[in-house]
Design a protein around this ligand. Structure first.
Ligand code: FAD
Length: 376
C-alpha cells in the first residue's frame, strides 16, 4: 500500500506525531502491534511539560481520572525529606493514557492499523520506506516516523545497556492510612544500585515502579519476591507504605536492558526517530513521556518545515545532550551512599534541574524550592 506518512508504534510519541500531522491535513497511517493498549512499565508521572503537550493534543487528563501530584519525597534507608513540586504534575496509568491517545488519533483522521507489528523496515530503490508487517503485508511511504519505544526494529537497534537494568511495575491497594499519608506525593526510594517510585494513580490504586541494576537484582535472588523484600529491608519507608498492601496484578510487569543516556546520532533521509527511539532519559526524572511528546512535536515541525530527518536528528541530539548527561550523572549519584546521606541537598537540585524538556522549550525556569524534613 502506498502511503504519504507511515508511523511505526502507537504509544505516546507515535500517537502525538500522528495527531499533529493529521491536523495539518496529512494522510497518516499508524501501525501498532498491540490490538488494545496494555500495561507498560512506567512510573506514570506526568510532568508539567507533558501535561501542556497532552492538553494541546486535546487530552484532558483530569477527566480521565489523573491524580494531581503536588509533592516529591525522597527516602533512603531511614531518612526521608519532601518538597513541593515547582510545577503542576499528575499521574495516570499508561493503559488509560494510551487508550485516550489512540482514540484521539482515530478522531483526527489517522488510519490506525492495530494488532500486527512491523517486522522489518527497508529502503527501496525508489527512495521509499517499505514496512513489512508480521502478517506479510507491506506499506510504502517516502516518510516514516519510528516510535517503537523500548522495542528495537532489526537494523535500527540502540546500544546495549552495560548496567543491565531491570525494571518492574506493580499496582497495589494500600491501607487507608498509608494512602492518606502518601496523599498527593510522588515518592522516590533510593538504593545502592537503583531506585523505586511510588505514587497514587486513578481509581484509588498506587503504582510502585522500580529499576535496579542486575547486580542488585542478583543479590535479591533474581526473583521479584526477593527484590521486593530486599527493597523493603533496605528502605523501611517502602516497607511502611506496603504494610498490608494488596497487589492488584497477578504478577508484576517487567522490562530489561534499558539504554539510559542513549541519544540517536544519525538517521537516514525520510526516517524521523522519536520518543525512546530518539533518546532515553533516566526514569527517576519522570520526564520520558514529556520527551516523547516533545520529540514528536519537533519532528513534525521539522518535517512540515522541510528539514531533512538527518538534520533534525542531529539538532535534537545537540539540544538535549547537556541535560541528558546531567540527568545521567544524577541518576548514578542518587544511588550512592553519599547522595543518600544528603537527601535534602538532592531534593534541592531535583526535580528542577532534571527537567530536560523544560530546558528545551522554555527560557526561564521556576525557582527550586527548599526541602522540608519529614517529622521523625
Ligand atoms: C522503569 C521506567 C519508569 C518510567 N517512569 C516514567 C514516568 O514516571 N514518567 C515519564 O514521563 N516517563 C517514564 N518512563 C519513560 C516512558 O515510559 C517512556 O519514555 C515513554 O513511554 C516513551 O514513549 P514512546 O512513544 O517512545 O514509547 P511507548 O509509549 O512505549 O510506545 C511504543 C509503542 O510501539 C509499539 N511497538 C513496538 N514495536 C513495534 C513494532 N515492531 N510494530 C508496531 N508497533 C510496535 C508498542 O506496542 C508501543 O505501543 C519510565 C520508563 C521506565 C523504563
Amino acid at each position: 500500500m502506498q502511503e504519504e506518512i507511515v508511523i511505526i508504534g502507537g504509544g505516546v510519541a507515535g500517537c502525538a506525531a500522528s495527531i499533529a500531522l493529521a491536523r495539518k491535513g496529512r494522510s497518516v497511517t499508524l501501525i501498532e502491534r498491540e490490538l488494545t493498549p496494555r500495561h507498560k512499565v512506567c512510573g506514570e508521572f506526568l510532568s508539567g511539560e507533558a501535561l501542556e503537550d497532552l492538553h494541546a493534543l486535546g487530552i484532558d487528563v483530569a477527566s480521565l481520572g489523573a491524580v494531581p501530584i503536588n509533592y516529591v519525597r525522597l527516602a533512603a534507608a531511614r531518612r526521608a525529606a519532601q518538597a513541593p513540586l515547582p510545577f503542576p504534575a499528575a499521574s495516570l496509568t499508561r493503559k488509560t493514557l494510551d487508550t485516550a491517545l489512540i482514540a484521539a488519533a482515530i478522531a483526527a483522521g489517522v488510519q490506525v492499523k492495530r494488532g500486527v507489528g512491523v517486522r522489518s523496515l527497508d529502503r527501496t530503490g525508489t527512495n521509499q520506506w517499505q514496512a513489512t508487517l508480521d502478517d506479510g503485508s507491506t506499506y510504502e511511504a517516502p516518510t516514516t516516523f519510528l516510535s517503537t519505544g523500548k522495542l528495537d526494529l532489526r537494523g535500527y537497534g540502540r546500544p546495549k545497556d552495560p548496567q543491565q537494568w531491570v525494571a518492574f511495575k506493580m499496582y497495589y491497594r494500600v491501607s487507608p492510612s498509608q494512602f492518606a499519608d502518601l496523599a498527593d506525593a510522588s515518592e522516590l526510594t533510593l538504593y545502592a544500585g537503583g531506585y523505586g517510585g511510588i505514587q497514587p494513580v486513578e481509581d484509588g490504586m498506587v503504582n510502585f515502579c522500580c529499576v535496579v541494576q542486575r547486580s542488585y537484582f542478583a543479590r535479591a535472588g533474581l526473583r521479584w519476591e526477593g527484590l521486593l523484600a530486599k527493597m523493603q529491608h533496605d528502605c523501611p519507608h517502602l516497607a511502611m507504605r506496603l504494610t498490608g498492601a494488596e497487589p492488584l496484578l497477578h504478577k508484576p510487569i517487567a522490562v530489561t536492558h534499558i539504554p539510559y543516556g542513549f541519544m540517536r546520532r544519525t538517521t537516514e533521509d525520510g526516517l524521523y526517530c522519536i520518543g525512546d527511539q530518539a533518546a532515553v532519559i533516566p526514569s527517576f526524572t519522570g520526564d520520558g513521556i514529556s520527551i516523547a511528546l516533545h520529540t514528536a512535536r519537533s519532528a513534525v515541525a521539522a518535517y512540515l518545515g522541510g528539514e531533512t530527518a538527518p538534520v533534525f536528528q542531529s539538532k535534537l541530539r545537540a539540544a538535549m545532550l547537556p541535560q541528558m548527561r546531567l540527568a545521567e550523572a544524577a541518576a548514578n549519584g542518587l544511588s550512592n551512599a553519599f547522595a543518600r546521606a544528603v537527601l535534602p541537598f538532592c531534593l534541592r537540585v531535583w526535580p528542577g534541574a532534571m527537567r530536560v524538556t523544560a530546558r528545551l522549550t522554555r527560557v526561564t525556569q521556576p525557582p527550586t524550592v527548599a526541602p522540608q524534613p519529614l517529622p521523625g
